[in-house]
Write a protein that binds this ligand. Structure first.
Ligand code: ATP
Ligand code: MG
Length: 566
């Protein structure tokens, strides 16, 4: 076993599975499952588990991966989640074929197994209150106390359990517990609950049941019923493994899946707990589960990230046996690497400053030829209209520039990408406020296409958009959702919401983009030259009123943030 991040193919789980297959265990078969609870949307942490479970199944001949909804908590679950989870897994590029399962499909079978445990004297109905159950559990240093109901007869237990099912008792009045060992050093083994009473409507079984199995009980048996060979889960279930085995051993289940734990994914500057993500949605800190700032699969997708970039990220982080936190910069690096190859380059101006080219004919338009992606000549070229009035980026001009500022300034010459050299001749300001309203420039007709025949050089190339042809657009800039690297709450009792970044979203509603950008299909991605990668918003973008989400900047800003803090 390796206890560190290792590249795929060599991680400790694949090493173990390869050994099992070589030894002919389970007749050499590999069957995994991904078992989400339909109580929220999937996030990037789930993607790690999906890539592992579905990935492993793909890598071994005849391997399979089931999708199983672990729907044993009726109050928190909903079909909205069942649907979004399936959509997200498919989008990530995985397929469960005909192997879609619900734990609720096994409720009758699970019930029968529970009666079997009672008959074996291995389970009993406990009538302590929730608080008493807690008291009797003991502490880390002290053993627990046995419940006074522990020695009920098989007949009494059976009858009580049947009456629990029949709905004769109120929530919380009885519990079916495994009879294991109240003195076990492992809390999980101190007579764990197997069934509880919940008079609640279930999104699939309706009002058919008022007792629901606990996760630990249902999970191992569902794995066994589905013929799972390798049950891969996150580290927090390590202490539950003895119970997983106890249930299967006690019931003498012939097919024996085996549980193996790996470290869950944690990411800097965000939270990956469904409880916290639900709070962000319900309290209105974000616009919904698919808000592009969310670490959910649907949020990341809406932000403009491709499934390939996420899969690549999951490969790179590898698998470990110890919890750690992955730098958000690594995710962004994978996104950039992917988009650099695939995204066409276009021009958009986020904060427009008007430039009038005084020696350019007033009614003239020229069509410039622009390269779509220098990384991929096959992506071809497009036509960009140029005219006497254009917009450039406000920050590309300084009236009184410091020495190292090479962009536009009075008397300075720069190149307009794919067009001409221009020189600034005049700055026009608002008389009252002193604000720069417009620049006057001249252009050199001999520099068409961006090169001077006399060989003279300029130090900057600016992006621009024709004022006559450009389309007005809204651009949403996203920054990290939290201000601290580990927004878990702190010792002073402040919770994670304290660390929400009030500047996580900046909306610019007066941007100008070249006409081709307005035609970008919702959900498509492009690079705004010099600015970053942007995605036409899948929900809000319209051809006459395009809306773009910034997927990621061109460079790693996180390093900068880090420096500032030091
Ligand atoms: P909850 O906090 O409600 O228990 P969960 O995040 O564990 O939620 P599940 O629906 O139980 O959500 O998760 C489905 C599967 O995804 C589980 O096998 C779980 O171990 C795995 N998983 C969840 N979060 C992560 C994560 N951050 N990294 C890797 N795997 C994860
Ligand atoms: Mg869970």
């Amino acid at each position: 076993m390796t206890d560190s991040n290792t590249p795929p193919g060599l991680d400790f789980i694949r090493t173990m599975i390869s050994e099992d297959v070589a030894a002919g265990k389970h007749n050499g078969k590999v069957a995994t499952r991904f078992p989400p609870e339909p109580n929220g949307y999937l996030h990037i942490g789930h993607a790690k588990s999906i890539c592992l479970n579905f990935g492993v199944a793909r890598e071994y001949p005849g391997g399979t991966c089931n999708l199983r909804f672990d729907d044993t908590n009726p109050e928190k679950e909903d079909t909205e989640y069942v649907e979004s989870i399936q959509e997200d897994i498919r989008w990530l590029g995985f397929d469960w074929e005909d192997r879609l399962h619900f734990t609720s499909d096994y409720f009758e079978k699970l019930y029968q197994y529970a009666e079997q445990l009672i008959q074996m004297g291995k389970a009993y109905v406990c009538s302590l209150s929730a608080e008493e159950v807690r008291e009797y559990r003991g502490t880390l240093t002290e053993p627990g106390k046995e419940s006074p109901f522990r020695n009920r007869s098989v007949e009494e237990n059976l009858s009580l359990f049947q009456r629990m099912r029949a709905g004769e008792f109120a929530d919380g009045t009885h519990l079916l517990r495994a009879k294991i060992d109240m003195a076990s050093p492992n809390f999980v083994m101190r007579d764990p609950p197997l069934y509880r009473i919940r008079h609640a409507h279930h999104h699939r079984t309706g009002d058919q049941w008022c007792i629901y199995p606990m996760y630990d009980y249902a999970h191992c048996l569902s794995d066994a019923m589905e013929g799972i060979t390798h049950s891969l889960c996150t580290l927090e279930f390590e202490n539950n493994r003895p119970l997983y085995d106890w249930i299967l051993d006690t019931l003498k289940i012939s097919h024996r899946p085996e549980q193996t734990e790996f470290a869950r994914l944690n990411l800097t500057y965000t939270v990956l707990s469904k409880r916290k993500l639900i709070a962000l949605v319900q309290k209105g800190y974000v616009s919904g589960w698919d808000d592009p700032r969310m670490p959910t699969i649907s949020g990341i997708r809406r932000r403009g990230v491709s499934p390939g970039a996420i899969r690549n990220f999951c490969d790179r982080i590898g698998l470990a046996k110890r919890d750690s936190r992955v730098d958000m910069a690594l995710l962004e690096h994978c996104v950039r690497e992917d988009l650099n190859k695939t995204a066409p380059r276009m021009m958009g101006v986020l904060r427009p400053l008007k430039v009038v080219i005084e020696n350019y004919p007033e009614d003239q338009t020229e069509v410039m030829e622009a390269v779509n992606n220098p990384e991929d000549p096959a992506m071809g070229t497009r036509k960009v209209p140029f005219s006497r009035e254009i917009y450039i980026e406000q920050e590309d001009f300084m009236e009184d520039p410091p020495k190292k500022f090479f962009r536009l300034a009075p008397g300075k010459e720069v190149r307009l990408r794919y067009a001409y050299f221009i020189t600034c001749t005049k700055v026009i300001k608002d008389e009252r406020t002193g604000e720069i309203k417009e620049l006057r420039c001249t252009y050199d007709p001999a520099t068409r296409g961006g090169d001077a025949p006399d060989g003279r050089k300029v130090k900057a190339t600016l992006h621009w958009v024709s004022a006559t042809h450009g389309v007005c657009a809204t651009v949403r800039l996203y920054n990290s959702l939290f201000t601290t690297e580990v927004p878990d709450g702190d010792k002073e009792g402040r919770d994670f919401l304290t660390f929400i970044n009030p500047q996580s979203l900046e909306v610019l509603s007066n941007c100008r983009v070249e006409p081709a950008l307005a035609d970008l299909a919702p959900g498509s991605i492009c690079q705004f030259e010099r600015l970053g990668y942007f995605c036409a918003d899948a929900k809000d973008s319209k051809p006459d009123a395009p809306v773009f989400n910034r997927t990621v900047t061109l460079r790693d800003d996180w390093a900068k943030i880090q420096k500032k803090k030091e």
